[in-house]
Design a protein around this ligand. Structure first.
Ligand code: 2M8
Length: 725
């Protein structure tokens, strides 16, 4: 591996997304969209701040601050803060809410995303001091907002808080609310007069909630204002009280992040830890339906679960509240034709509602389309539980949907067409987050200019050097090595943040026992590898092992590029010879082909290691070598007996991941930098396309490529060198 910065990647699209946010920015907060939503929305601001955190931390903080300036005395953060200068284009506005004291807010709340957003701002801040002050300022406000929920929305102290209006769920007309809303008998004559404004902005009625829904939304608001927003009275009278899976999962995850915030600013976090423990247990135990094998909301009016098949059911993954077994069952459902399976090819993952249900509607708001915010949360959740391929496929869809179809509010899960408002805030901000997180343009640029923090190893560091006599190695050395690596990863992988705790790993007993078989390599007889398959499996596994060990031994925590000569200055002594990762990759596995952008091959002249070259080279190795960064393959153990199939799978997964994106609307294909670096192996554009074709999921994009091989424009993606934690 080596460093090279060469591509434009998503630059233009990031600019476009930033332009949308600039246009929606009011100076204090960002409107979710130019026309349809002219005020400040609660969780939208959280999502906006997450995108801003990457390039405008002032604005990210301002976004959250301005929302919390309108926090109620009881701690509630309102769903909407109205802009007095923009009144008249939305319903319902302050005249309808009639909040005591003439407040310019609505009288309900929304999923409490803000602790998550605040921690994210801090973690990405360039000005750490300022971000620390921000956290200090926000901590008591965030505490008050969670305390409000536990005090007023969980009177029975179950650990689960209730919502009292569908708008509080954020998923307004979700099929989950059909049943409880149907149970509300609305007498039209008793309903206050109102006029919907949401249909006056060019969004067709079929993409919005129905009039019947609105009657019920209004009925509930009327009840709240009639009771002057007294929570005890509302609890007594409200016909809609639901413990929602998404709301409680976000609260649970927000508690998790609030604990971290509290620790950063030196506060006693016991109260939040209790909330966290109580809510995650309640989600796991009380919301789980063992019959349907999913998490369901609980209707507090009937005391029953509300069995619906929405994407909200998967949200305990984001909360990291689901048990491993529950996560496995959720995954099976999430990765099925109901929610668009991996390699299915004729849909976008994941729609908000089960595509196999009769009521599934690919166009209608929260009743079927793909939403970027839900996918963003679920993709993180899946990654936490180790479902990296699915998580990555979702990432690819979240990036390609806005690029191909525009920065819309939601997208058709079958055709990808954008619906609802265009120039939508969180679609733009989360797109920016995804591009920065995964394609990492900025860090690339910094490193290329030599301004990144990198150091050099002076001498080659042999990682398996031990003193004393080494006994004869066990025969199954390679499997032994890999299984101990797997064990290490299992133990030190932190579920809630998706990180490997390399520090703890280094100090552990398990790590010491992993080092034992590595020492044997010194006396390993490389000639005992007879077949091509044995050689391929051995060298790929070894490459992957040395990279992981290098990361641990050198104490790297963000990128292998912290050591500028990482791939040439760590090594194993194997059978008396020194092999660096570059020797293994370019010398052995690429049959001593010249490394890209270098003058000569790694094995020069009569280098005795030449006899171990695997010839002819197999291009698929590029998708199996774990180079310790996020853009390369996930770690796997390769077996001689199965290596052909394993390499096929690795290649297919890579080619259908976010490293290869075909954009028919733009007549463009975005390709992993790997294809650019290894032109020598893959050839030029037509050869690359021919290589891709048999692996690509057979969908309309693959067809497009086949038909436009001569004209399609190629752009290479930024390579993400962040550690593949
Ligand atoms: C939608 O909801 C508002 C009411 O809150 C509406 O339809 O008027 C939802 O998608 C919600 O989740 C979102 O926060 C809001 C603004 O984007 O629009």
């Amino acid at each position: 591996m080596f460093e090279f910065f060469s591509t434009k990647g998503f630059k233009g699209y990031v600019k476009q997304a930033q332009k949308i946010l600039d246009a929606n920015w009011t100076g204090r907060y960002t409107k979710p969209s130019p026309g349809l939503y002219p005020h400040q929305w609660n969780w939208d601001s959280g999502f906006m701040a997450i995108g801003y955190a990457h390039y405008n931390e002032e604005r990210a903080m301002q976004e959250i601050r301005s929302l919390f300036e309108h926090q109620w005395e009881n701690g509630m953060v309102p769903q909407i803060v109205f802009n007095p200068e923009a009144l008249g284009n939305y319903f319902p506005e302050p005249d309808f809410w009639q909040i005591p004291g003439g407040r310019l807010t609505s009288g309900i709340t929304m999923p409490p995303l803000h602790a998550i957003a605040c921690l994210h701002i801090y973690q990405h801040a360039k000005n750490r001091r300022q971000a620390h002050d921000f956290l200090k300022d926000m901590y008591p406000k965030l505490m008050a907002s969670h305390r409000y929920l536990y005090l007023h929305r969980d009177p029975a102290k179950t650990g689960l808080v209730y919502i009292r209006h569908p708008w509080e769920s954020g998923l307004d007309n979700s099929p989950s609310w059909d049943r409880p809303l149907k149970n509300i008998q609305v007498d039209k004559t008793g309903l206050p007069a109102y006029e919907r404004k949401d249909l006056a902005h060019g969004v067709p009625a079929e993409q919005r909630p129905s009039d019947k829904d609105y009657d019920r939304y209004v009925y509930l608001v009327d009840l709240f204002r009639g009771n002057h927003y007294d929570e005890t009275e509302i609890f007594r009278q409200c016909p809609f009280l639901v413990q929602d899976v998404l709301f409680n999962s976000i609260l649970c995850r927000a508690n998790r992040d609030l604990v971290e915030i509290g620790k950063i600013v030196g506060q006693d976090v016991r109260e939040v830890e209790e909330w966290l423990a109580q809510t995650s247990q309640a989600i796991r135990e009380r919301m789980w339906s063992s019959e349907r094998k999913q998490f369901d909301p609980i209707d507090l009016i009937t005391g029953e679960q509300l069995p619906t098949a929405t994407a909200a059911s998967f949200m305990p993954l984001f909360a990291v509240a689901a048990s491993q077994e529950q996560a496995q069952l959720l995954y099976e459902r999430l990765n099925s034709v109901s929610f668009c399976a991996l390699h299915q090819g004729d849909c976008f993952t994941i729609p908000n509602y089960d595509m196999a249900q009769n009521e599934f509607d690919p166009k209608n708001y929260w009743r079927g389309p793909v939403w970027i915010n839900i996918n963003w949360m679920l993709s993180q959740g899946l990654k936490s539980y180790g479902y990296r391929e699915k998580s990555d496929a979702m990432k690819k869809d979240m990036i390609q949907l806005p690029v191909r179809f525009g920065f819309h509010e939601y997208f058709d899960s079958i055709t990808g067409k954008g619906y609802g408002s265009d120039s939508f805030g969180w679609t733009s901000s989360l797109f920016i987050d995804l591009v920065y997180e995964y394609y990492d343009e900025d860090k690339q640029a910094l490193n290329w200019l030599g301004r990144g923090k990198s150091r050099k190893l002076k001498d080659v560091k042999i990682l398996n050097e031990v003193s004393g006599v080494i006994p004869v190695p066990a025969e199954d050395l390679a499997p032994k090595l890999m299984s101990s690596i797997g064990e290490l990863k299992d133990i030190f992988y932190s579920m809630d943040r998706g990180r490997v705790d390399y520090e703890a790993m280094k100090r552990s007993e398990e790590y010491r026992s992993y080092l034992e078989p590595v020492a044997y390599l010194k006396v390993f007889d490389l000639k005992s590898l007879m077949t091509r398959e044995e050689k391929l499996a051995f060298w790929i596994n070894l490459y992957n092992t040395i990279v992981v060990q290098g990361i641990v031994e050198l104490g790297l925590n963000s990128s292998v590029r912290e050591i500028s000569n990482f791939f040439t200055h760590i090594a194993y002594n194997i059978g008396g010879y020194t092999f660096t990762p570059d020797d293994i990759e370019h010398g052995v596995l690429r049959s001593n082909a010249r490394p890209p952008y270098r003058m000569s091959p790694v094995f020069k002249g009569r280098d005795p290691r030449r006899v171990y070259m695997v010839e002819p080279m197999d291009n698929r190795i590029h998708f199996a070598l774990v180079c310790g960064s996020r853009s390369c393959a996930p770690i796997r153990f390769y077996e001689a007996g199965a290596i052909d199939n394993q390499l096929e799978t690795a290649t297919r997964n890579f080619i259908n991941s976010s490293e290869v994106v075909i954009l028919p609307e733009k007549n463009k294909i975005l390709l992993s930098e790997i294809f650019n670096w290894y032109k020598k192996d893959f050839g030029h554009r037509r050869d690359i396309f021919q290589f891709l074709r048999p692996y690509l999921d057979q969908d309309e994009k693959a067809e497009y490529l086949a038909e436009h091989m001569d004209t399609i424009e190629v752009e290479y993606l930024f390579y993400d060198w962040n550690l593949n934690h």
